[in-house]
Design a protein around this ligand. Structure first.
Ligand SMILES: Nc1nc2c(c(=O)[nH]1)N[C@H]1C(S)=C(S)[C@@H](COP(=O)(O)OP(=O)(O)OC[C@H]3O[C@@H](n4cnc5c(=O)[nH]c(N)nc54)[C@H](O)[C@@H]3O)O[C@H]1N2
Ligand SMILES: Nc1nc2c(c(=O)[nH]1)N[C@H]1C(S)=C(S)[C@@H](COP(=O)(O)OP(=O)(O)OC[C@H]3O[C@@H](n4cnc5c(=O)[nH]c(N)nc54)[C@H](O)[C@@H]3O)O[C@H]1N2
Ligand SMILES: [Mo]
Length: 616
């Protein structure tokens, strides 16, 4: 997720020339559902807004995201929005500090800007996985109001011109809204109909709405239909492809989006493969490759014998940790190209290499002089940067140089002269310009101060979908949020656990043991739970417990010695930190159509802590 565009492009060229599309990637565990859902619904798997849109929005909805810790630069635009009277509406079971702050503005003025309305912010606390039902409920209210408006001859609630000109499938969707019962919506969302009506009112009265989301929406079994429901709601009022309105999946790693654009994709689009084949003299593999979950299975089954990690901490970030460690250890060769030592380096195949590489901030000197690399941000802006720091060692190489070296040793000077590309990265960017859509004139355009905008067809209301239109999706709500594999065991979970980040970590890199906004000091092996639940289950706050997850395969998945913290968590839910809780997530528990591990929905049982400490 952090590899530059240049490194990513060379990597996919090397791997495809070798003959596979096996690109398990951090986006498989992150925003994959966003890519799949938006691709089907609006024809581009990326956000449709730019930074400027935040200044023009009348309402910004923030679903399943903790910006105070994970996207602190977003707080300022949100604050500014509240200040000028726009609405900021959060959906999050936890009252995350960065979001809650908007509920209690420090200046009385901020509270009064929205005319006679006392508050222009709201906080809704859904059940884990309950957002699809909540958004469906909002759409159902809009439909009711639309019908009432029609009956009374009042102005329409829907944007009929937009729906007629730009969308497909509205009738089926409205029929699905009618078919969805209010009590199912209430039960599954974990919200009252009054709360959903309030949210729908806030949505309706805003002329321009941005919908933001992060892992709270993407790491569920039904994440793809959940995100498509968010799109449905936006389509009803034409909130895509207008200034101040649109869709905003808030990303993780600095170049996770660019890496995908460059072709790090286990399900590559045919257009990309065609372009590669046309430009380079080799037959590209056309079969799908392995995503993260499939890659772990392939290693376990002995079908994949070599693991190469371009960054990341595969052993820790992935689900079902003991199994994943076994998968890596069964390889003939494991290779890690890394800026920092991590746990994955100790999970070795028969042969194991650690190749330390330069970071983005290090000066990268090649035969043609110091080199710049480029990244793409969440708003599809392309930027170039030169490293400024002297590398720690003269023996470290850049990511592109390491990849080119491996490629040359494996394939010889095929399909390109690898050394020549490394001498001057402009030559890599020329190949990108030749093969990746939207990159014509890359070398010239990226010299522009501030970079350049890659463009986004959906933002211009051009829909690269099969129907040529923006598609309403008429998926039913899941019958039950609890997966079949848990129901089959006949056991009721004590709690539904979500795994999340503390303030002192960046994914698997733990900087400290504090979580300042949640008031945790000096510890990470904790479970946040509602005090009523803690007592109902026969425990006391502060007591240590084991968590065992429920699944139907007879495998015991357990973490030990976690301290119960009484916290403001909705009843029935719990939260604990990732990656320590990854042993609890079954490899088979993943999103339908996205394969993303269900890190935000793990059915668990609590037991008295075993005194043998951690088993893993
Ligand atoms: N400091 C720091 N910054 C980071 C990272 C980091 O580790 N540390 N990681 C980066 C990466 S790769 C990513 S992907 C992003 C992640 O950014 P986030 O998605 O903000 O990260 P999480 O900690 O997983 O938080 C998920 C949030 O969703 C809420 N949530 C969980 N389940 C549900 C649900 O079912 N419905 C709703 N509505 N909400 C739910 C949780 O309460 C929590 O607030 O952050 C990036 N930025
Ligand atoms: N249970 C649970 N599991 C999750 C999640 C969750 O919320 N819950 N979140 C998921 C998400 S959103 C993500 S994105 C993944 C993250 O999964 P990963 O991307 O695998 O994890 P990171 O901890 O970000 O990887 C950090 C390592 O990358 C290397 N590195 C850092 N910068 C560079 C660089 O510039 N170049 C190179 N070559 N190496 C570098 C360093 O060696 C560092 O140790 O985890 C996923 N796993
Ligand atoms: Mo991520």
């Amino acid at each position: 997720g952090r590899a530059s565009n240049e490194a990513a492009f060379l990597y996919q060229l090397f791997v495809r020339a070798f003959g596979t599309n096996n690109f398990p990637d951090c986006s498989n565990m992150c925003h994959e559902a966003s890519g799949v859902a938006l691709g089907q619904s609006v024809g581009v798997g990326k956000g449709t807004v730019t930074f400027d849109d935040f200044e023009h929005a009348d309402a910004i909805f923030v679903f399943g995201q903790n910006p105070g810790t994970n996207h602190p630069r977003m707080l300022e635009p949100l604050r500014e929005a509240v200040k000028r009277g726009a609405q900021v509406v959060a959906f999050n079971p936890l009252k995350e500090r960065g979001l809650e702050r908007f509920q209690h503005p420090q200046h009385a003025l901020e509270m009064l800007t929205n005319g006679s309305e006392p508050l222009n912010t709201a906080f809704f606390r859904p059940a884990l996985g309950g957002d699809m039902a909540a958004v469906r409920g909002m759409a159902k209210f809009l439909l009711q109001w639309e019908r009432e408006a029609q009956a009374k001859g009042e102005p329409a609630v829907f944007d009929h011109a937009f729906i007629a000109e730009h969308t497909h499938g509205v009738e089926a969707y409205l029929a699905e809204l009618d078919a969805t019962a209010w009590d199912a919506i209430e039960r599954q969302s974990g919200l009252s109909l009054t709360e959903i009506e309030t949210a729908a009112t806030m949505y309706r009265r805003a002329e321009r709405v941005i919908m933001c989301w992060a892992m709270g929406l993407t790491q569920h079994r039904h994440s793809v239909p959940t995100l498509q429901e968010v799109v449905n709601l936006q389509l009803l009022r034409g909130n895509i492809g207008r200034p101040g309105a649109g869709l905003c999946p808030v990303r993780g790693h600095s170049n996770v989006q660019g890496d995908r654009t460059m072709g790090i994709n286990d399900r590559p689009p045919a257009a990309l493969l065609d372009a590669l084949e046309k430009r380079f003299a080799f037959q590209v593999p056309r079969h799908n490759g392995h995503n993260t979950v499939e890659a772990i299975n392939a290693m376990l089954e002995g079908k994949a014998r070599v693991f190469i990690g371009l960054g990341g901490n595969f052993a820790q970030a992935t689900p079902d940790s003991p199994r994943t460690h076994r998968a890596l250890a069964s390889c003939a060769l494991t290779v890690h190209i890394s800026t920092k030592l991590n746990r994955s380096h100790l999970t070795c195949g028969e042969d194991a290499l650690i190749l330390p590489c330069l970071g983005r901030t290090d000066v990268d000197r090649q035969a043609g002089g110091p080199q710049a690399v480029t990244v793409e941000d969440s708003f599809s802006m392309l930027h170039a940067s030169y490293g400024q720091l002297e590398p720690l060692s003269t023996q470290m190489r850049s990511e592109p140089a390491i990849i080119a070296g491996m490629a040359k040793a494996t394939l010889g000077n095929r399909p390109v002269d690898w050394d020549a590309l490394i001498a001057d990265y402009d030559r890599i960017r020329e190949l990108i310009a030749d093969t990746i859509s939207g990159f014509a004139g890359f070398n010239q355009r990226v010299k522009h101060p501030g970079g350049f905008y890659l463009g986004n067809a959906a933002r211009e209301r051009r829909w690269n979908t099969a129907s040529g239109l923006a598609n309403f999706s008429a998926a039913p709500l899941p019958e039950d949020l609890l997966p079949e594999q848990v129901r089959r065991t006949g056991q009721r979970p004590d709690l539904i656990l979500q795994t999340l980040r503390s303030h002192d970590q960046y994914n698997t890199t733990i900087y400290g043991l504090d979580d300042r906004y949640r008031g945790v000091r000096g510890q990470r092996e904790v479970v946040f739970a509602n005090e009523a639940d803690i007592r109902r289950l026969g425990f006391e706050p502060g007591q240590k417990v084991d968590m065992v997850s429920l699944w139907d395969d007879g495998v015991e998945r357990r973490v030990s010695g976690f301290t119960l913290l009484a916290f403001d968590v909705p009843e029935g839910q719990a939260a604990a930190y990732y990656p320590e809780t990854n042993p609890l997530v079954p490899l088979e528990s993943h999103g339908e159509g996205s394969f993303t591990p269900t890190s935000k929905f793990v059915a668990v049982r609590l037991e008295n802590a075993r005194d043998d400490g951690r088993i893993f």
